[in-house]
Design a protein around this ligand. Structure first.
Ligand code: DQA
Length: 144
């Protein structure tokens, strides 16, 4: 199996960015842990991060063209605004797990709405970096 983890804007600054909200781990540490877990589960994990909406849309198109087996996505701030990312996700036939480090429902009202939650398989929110590893475990079960 092959899956891609897609990280949205500002997540490249993890570790330095509001550590009280997003934790002290860097994105690299999170990706490395995910790849190590993937290795144990027999899943190849590719990571992608962009601060641009269009680049994220294109990464989803590539996942579609490569017939990827699963997607983990944290669209970050675009979660709350992006019809384009939602529409791109509608292309996919594989399981898609939406992950947020913080619990978006405990925060400002504008973060309570996710544009993608009704087109993904499931959402994990508020478990920090553990959310990504749980998402990978869930994909393993869902892919069979
Ligand atoms: C986030 C939550 C979003 O509201 C925020 O804009 C982010 C990160 C999270 O992982 O908790 O950048 O997606």
């Amino acid at each position: 199996y092959s899956i891609v983890v897609i990280h949205g804007p500002n997540l490249n600054m993890l570790g330095q960015r509001e550590p009280e909200t997003y934790g002290v781990e860097t994105l690299d540490t999170i990706n490395q842990a995910l790849k190590a877990l993937g290795c144990q589960l027999g899943i190849e994990v590719t990571d992608f991060q962009s601060n641009s909406e269009g680049a994220i849309v294109t990464a989803i198109h590539q996942a579609f063209e490569q017939k990827i087996d699963g997607v983990i996505i944290n669209p970050a701030a675009y979660t709350h605004t992006s019809v384009a990312i939602k529409d791109a996700l509608l292309l996919l036939h594989c399981p898609v797990i939406e992950v947020h480090l913080s619990n978006i429902y405990k925060r400002e009202a504008f973060r309570h709405q996710s544009m993608v939650s009704d087109v993904v398989t499931a959402q994990i929110t508020g478990l920090g970096s553990l959310g990504y590893r749980l998402a990978l475990g869930a994909l393993k079960e869902l892919m069979g």
